[in-house]
Design a protein around this ligand. Structure first.
Ligand code: PLP
Length: 431
C-alpha cells in the first residue's frame, strides 16, 4: 500500500496544525502509526491522497447515514449555495428543519439550532440550570457530551462526591458541580438522588452510549432516571447527538419509550455539514433568549447550506431504510463474531441498529465504562491496521462506535467480511 503522499502531508500538517489535526482522535495516536489523508469519498468508500480505497465504518463519526456524497444531499448543497451562503437572518429552511425534527420527536415542542453537538449539550445544560435555578449536573462515566468545561471531569477517588478536572485548563471550581456515576448502575443512582436530588439541575445521558464503544442503557436504568428526575425536579437530558435518527425516525427515546425533558441532536441532522440542535418542553425552551433570561446565540446558526444538507438527509429516512440498515448491520456483526470465534479471539460485539463496536475482551458483556476499559487495546490496534491494509477503515481508537450507512450494500458487507477473515488470520495470537 502506497502512503507517500499521506506521509508528506502529515509532515506539512505537523508544522501548522496541532498534532497535525483539528480533532485529537484523527491523529491515530490510539492505534499508533500515521493517519491517511482523504481526498474524496463516495457511498461507503473513502479514497486517500495516494489513491488507496477504504470501506468506511467511521462515516464522519456517525453523521453520514446516507453514506458519502449522497446525490440528493450534494444536489441540495449545490442548489442553495448559488443563493448565498449565509444571511444573518432567518430562512424558511430553518423552520422546515425544525418542523421535521419536531415531527420525529414528540418530546420536542420547540428547537434551537446551533453549529455542533458540543454547542447543543453545553447550551442545554445552561438552559437546565437557568430553568431550575440549580447548579449540579449528573453525567455517566464513559459518556461523551462534547468538550464544555463541566463535562471534562472524572470521578474523584473513593467516596468523594466531587469530581476532578479531566483536562488541563478546566478549573476545579467548575467540575465540583459535576457528579459522575457508572453507566447502568441503578443502586448508585438511587443513592445519589437521595443525597443530592434537590440540588441536581439535570441528568445528561447517552441513551445508547457511543463514545466508550457502543453500550446500551438498560431499560430499567432509563426508567429509573426518568422517575427520579421527575420526583426531584431535575431535568432529564438525552444526548442523542449520535442516536438521533440513527435507529428510527426519532431517536433512542422512540426505541425505549422514555420521554426526556430536553434532547440534544447533531451529526445526522446536518447531513455531513456542521449542525447541532437542542429542544424539548415548551416551558423550558421559553426560558431561552429572546423569550427568556437564558442567553445563547450564534452567527452561523441555522446556516442555509447546513439546513439544506440536513433536510436532504432527513427526507430520505424511512422505515424501509432503517430495516435495511438493521439487517445489513446484523449480518455484518454476526459474521464478524463468527470469524472472531473461529480465530479464537475473545470478543464482545455490541450493536444497536447500525451502530456497533467490537471489544477484544474475555468478559461476556460490556455494560459500562469499566467493562469497556478492559478492551485489549494492543489487539485492537493490530486488527485495525490489518483491516486498513485490507481496505477497511475502522475508527482509529478502540473506544469509538462503527457505523453502517445506507450506501453499505450487500456486496460492501461481503467485501468487509472477506477483509475481516484475512485480518483476523494475520492478527496473530490472541494472548
Ligand atoms: C459527537 C458527540 C458530541 C459532540 O458533538 P460535536 O459536533 O463533535 O461537538 C456530543 N455528544 C455525543 C453523544 C456525541 O457523540
Amino acid at each position: 500500500m502506497q502512503i507517500e503522499k499521506s506521509q508528506a502531508l502529515n509532515k506539512r500538517a505537523q508544522r501548522v496544525l496541532v498534532g497535525g489535526v483539528n480533532s485529537p482522535v484523527r491523529s491515530f495516536r490510539a492505534v499508533g502509526g500515521e493517519p491517511r489523508l482523504i481526498s474524496k469519498a463516495k457511498g461507503p468508500r473513502m479514497y486517500d491522497v495516494d489513491g488507496n480505497s477504504y470501506i468506511d465504518y467511521v462515516c464522519s463519526w456517525g453523521a453520514l447515514i446516507m453514506g458519502h456524497a449522497d446525490e440528493t444531499v450534494v444536489k441540495a448543497i449545490k442548489e442553495y449555495s448559488t443563493r448565498g451562503t449565509s444571511y444573518g437572518a432567518s430562512t424558511e429552511l430553518e423552520i422546515e428543519l425544525a418542523e421535521t425534527v419536531i415531527k420525529a420527536f414528540p418530546s420536542i415542542k420547540m428547537l434551537r439550532l446551533v453549529n455542533s453537538g458540543t454547542e447543543a449539550t453545553m447550551s442545554a445544560i445552561r438552559l437546565a440550570r437557568g430553568f431550575t435555578n440549580r447548579s449540579k449536573i449528573l453525567k455517566f462515566e464513559g459518556c461523551y457530551h462534547g468538550h464544555a468545561d463541566y463535562f471534562l471531569a472524572k470521578a474523584g477517588s473513593g467516596l468523594a462526591t466531587y469530581s476532578l478536572p479531566n483536562s488541563a485548563g478546566v478549573p476545579e471550581s467548575i467540575v465540583k458541580d459535576t457528579i459522575i456515576l457508572p453507566y447502568n448502575d441503578t443502586d448508585k443512582l438511587g443513592e445519589t438522588f437521595e443525597n443530592f436530588g434537590e440540588e441536581i439541575a439535570a441528568v445528561i445521558v447517552e441513551p445508547v452510549a457511543g463514545n466508550m464503544g457502543v453500550v446500551q442503557a438498560k431499560t430499567d436504568f432509563l426508567f429509573m432516571l426518568r422517575e427520579l428526575t421527575q420526583r426531584h425536579g431535575s431535568l432529564l437530558i438525552f444526548d442523542e447527538v449520535i442516536t438521533g435518527f440513527r435507529f428510527a425516525y426519532g431517536g433512542a427515546q422512540a426505541l425505549f419509550g422514555v420521554t426526556p425533558d430536553l434532547t440534544c441532536l447533531g451529526k445526522i441532522i446536518g447531513g455531513g455539514l456542521p449542525v447541532g440542535a437542542y429542544g424539548g418542553r415548551r416551558d423550558i425552551m421559553s426560558k431561552l433568549a429572546p423569550l427568556g433570561p437564558v442567553y445563547q446565540a450564534g452567527t452561523l446558526s441555522g446556516n442555509p447550506l447546513c439546513m439544506a444538507a440536513g433536510l436532504a438527509t432527513l427526507r430520505q429516512l424511512n422505515g424501509r431504510l432503517y430495516a435495511d440498515l438493521e439487517s445489513r448491520s446484523k449480518r455484518l456483526c454476526d459474521e464478524l463474531k463468527r470469524i472472531a470465534e473461529e480465530s479464537q479471539f475473545p470478543t464482545v460485539i455490541n450493536r444497536v441498529g447500525s451502530m456497533w463496536s467490537l471489544f477484544f475482551t474475555d468478559k461476556d458483556r460490556v455494560e459500562n465504562y469499566f467493562d469497556a476499559s478492559l478492551n485489549d487495546r494492543e489487539l485492537y490496534s493490530r486488527f485495525f491496521w490489518k483491516m486498513m491494509e485490507n481496505g477497511v477503515y475502522l475508527p482509529p481508537s478502540p473506544f469509538e462506535a462503527m457505523f453502517v450507512s445506507s450506501a453499505h450494500d450487500d456486496s460492501t458487507i461481503d467485501d468487509t467480511v472477506r477483509a475481516a477473515e484475512s485480518s483476523f488470520s494475520k492478527t496473530g495470537n490472541a494472548k
